[in-house]
Design a protein around this ligand. Sequence first.
Ligand SMILES: Cc1cc2nc3c(=O)[nH]c(=O)nc-3n(C[C@H](O)[C@H](O)[C@H](O)COP(=O)(O)OP(=O)(O)OC[C@H]3O[C@@H](n4cnc5c(N)ncnc54)[C@H](O)[C@@H]3O)c2cc1C
Length: 375
Amino acid sequence: MDFTLSGESKMMVKAARDFAEQEIDPIMAKVEEEDALPDDILQKFAKARMLGMMIPKEYGGIGSSALNIILILEELAKTGSAAAFLVAFCNSIAETIYNWGSEDIRKRFVPPLCDGSLCPAMAFTEPGTGSDPTAITTTAKPDGDYYVLNGTKRFISHGSKKGYGVFYAKDETEKVTAFIVDKRSEGYTWSKPWALMGLAGQDLVDVFLKDVKVPKEDILGEKGKGFHILLRWIAGERVQQMAFMVGMGQECLNESLKYAKERMVRGRPMTAMQGFQWMLADMHASIEACRWWTYRIASKQDEGGDIQVDSAALKLFVVPAIQEVARKALQIHGSYGYCKDYKIERLYRAIAHAGITASSTEIQKTLVGSALARS
Ligand SMILES: Cc1cc2nc3c(=O)[nH]c(=O)nc-3n(C[C@H](O)[C@H](O)[C@H](O)COP(=O)(O)OP(=O)(O)OC[C@H]3O[C@@H](n4cnc5c(N)ncnc54)[C@H](O)[C@@H]3O)c2cc1C
């Protein structure tokens, strides 16, 4: 077992750290105020070679690895920004379209996700369900060379941005099929963004599909097998989400250390007191455990292994561990941590999302528990 990072990986980490410090940290106040990421952010990510990372070069990608994406995301996540999530999103959706798409689909839809010219979406949640995709009610009816989609999708990240999204709908056989939908199609409209607790600029909207026509050749994967594509996408997305948690947890510790070294309590810096040292030690130990387990599952993905259950178990462990790290960081900061002037406040809010999205913690328990029971 080799725990050392390659020279290429180290260079990528350094580039991502520099990018986060130079391009994201300085704009965060504006992003929070306007609840919007800059229009050119995707092109900047593309220029920094952070998109299409798992995509072969002939389709415009970098041809890198799942582990390298994880390493980059960990650095970007230290900003506590939705920009980091956007990178994960573009990479995982490009990979999904590449993996399941026909040659024609690959050629048409993958390169624009590698050069940052279009923004993707992945839409399964509906007003009636988020955890049970078999209960979706969006329909897709065949009509000549097209399918006609009708329904409402809820909480769709970047649902209003120009580009294509993978939308899940029940076809005429009542099975879930994945359709690639142009977000500028006739009949495609969206709500104003939901005002979120954290992750400013996430552009989380409801999408309304009214007689939206999708060419039959733009079905992703096999007809009726959309649920399978969705589960595979969520498994990869979960590992990337855990990389955010590791990065944000690490930044909570970095900020806490900085603060505790300077803050005087009874004439001594906080770091001189055993109670605070123990808090910092617990934070450090939790983050390290989460980090290495996340790397392990990403490596398994690179080896071609099935990560459905592993990624679920990972999430079960990482989410509460890093949420406790964030709680401790806020506690160390006292009232300053509750103020928007301190980064810890943004990180705390961003970290709160993870138990719900990319399949909730409770659903992970069911996944892991039922797999154990079957084994
Ligand atoms: C920032 C953000 C970004 C998002 N981006 C997207 C996106 O791009 N695309 C998209 O499709 N969706 C997206 N979502 C939606 C998100 O994936 C869903 O909200 C999530 O899956 C949970 O669904 P729900 O809100 O309907 O909760 P529900 O499914 O109603 O669950 C509510 C609670 O019940 C629990 N629960 C549900 N079923 C069970 C069960 N069988 N056993 C035990 N407990 C159960 C859940 O764990 C949860 O605690 C996003 C949400 C957020 C906040």
